[in-house]
Write a protein that binds this ligand. Structure first.
Ligand code: NDP
Ligand code: 8X3
Length: 253
């Protein structure tokens, strides 16, 4: 029977790349995100290209009710999840603390921390019942370092770092693996979302150096998940070669 990967935030960027990678490896998929049209299109593509089964579920991870209803509403065979990629997340704004937007703060906290918790609560419970599973959390270099004006986004990713450790301890005696991957700059829709559709400002983030692309992260997540059962990669930081730390990027221009 094919294995199952459940990927949150699969409508774009790293999540979409993970969907392709796991489909290529023969996994059936549960893909989630808010944009239903994108989920439908990606599911069709993957089904056609790799002959895998894809279930899609559109919900906002910030809503506890939506998360529980949609995930618990899946048919029983989809709850035998082998790999959960806790990827849905975002940054909003880049402002000093004294000028920060309350709405941006709440969006980041509700998505990156509470959303990840709601999904993990439901799926880890299935994994405990099933007696197997691997949770892979998307942290960030922002969860290891704090950079100017990154305040709340960095705090949410530091929380993911702590939750990754906490989940691993709590699920240790259940044989469930818990890992985190912490990327530096990856060119996706991330900066466009952070700068609320300002494509020019978003493009500048990646000026003068070669950033990572979503596939670099998806392939590394695949590596983490495909280690032998007795091996767990707890924590992995991955950066573009031109990036030495959150704020040290060697730009040619
Ligand atoms: P993208 O903006 O390209 O993709 C983000 C995904 O998250 C989308 O599929 C989006 O789907 C989903 N998402 C966002 N908010 C919600 C929500 N409220 N409910 C459900 N889904 C949501 O960004 P990335 O692929 O770059 O980001 C993926 C993860 O990687 C994030 O956790 C991010 O913090 C992390 N990361 C990114 C880095 C980067 O440089 N790009 C570096 C380090 C970590 P939809 O809008 O359809 O709901
Ligand atoms: C995304 C990378 O450096 O913008 O998590 O925080 S960074």
């Amino acid at each position: 029977m094919a294995k199952i990967a459940l990927i949150t935030g699969a409508t774009a960027g790293i999540g979409e790349a993970c969907a392709h990678t796991f489909a290529r490896e023969g996994y059936n998929l549960v893909l989630t995100g808010r944009r239903m049209e994108r989920l439908e299109k990606i599911a069709q593509q993957l089904n056609k290209k790799y002959n895998v089964e894809v279930a899609i579920s559109s919900f906002d991870v910030r809503s506890r009710e939506q998360v529980i209803q949609n995930l618990e509403g899946l048919p029983a065979q989809w709850k035998k999840v082998d790999v959960l990629v806790n990827n849905a997340g975002l940054s909003q704004g880049l402002d000093p603390i004294q000028n920060g937007s309350y709405d941006d703060w709440e969006t980041m906290i509700d998505t990156n921390i509470k959303g990840l918790l709601y999904v993990s609560r439901v799926v880890s419970n299935w994994m405990v019942t099933n007696g197997f599973g691997h949770i892979i959390n998307l942290g960030s270099i922002a969860g290891k370092e704090v950079y100017p004006n990154g305040n709340v986004y960095c705090a949410t990713k530091h929380a993911v770092d702590a939750l990754n450790k906490g989940m691993r301890i709590d699920l240790n005696d259940k044989g469930i693996r818990v890992s985190a991957i912490h990327p530096g700059a990856v060119e996706t829709e991330f900066s466009e979302v952070r700068f609320k559709g300002d494509k020019e400002r978003a493009k500048k983030v990646y000026d003068g150096f070669e950033p990572l692309v979503a596939d670099d992260i998806a392939e590394t997540i695949w590596f983490i998940s495909s280690r032998p059962a007795h091996v767990n990669i707890n924590d992995l930081v991955i950066m573009p070669t031109a990036q030495a730390s959150a704020t040290n990027i060697f730009r040619s221009n």
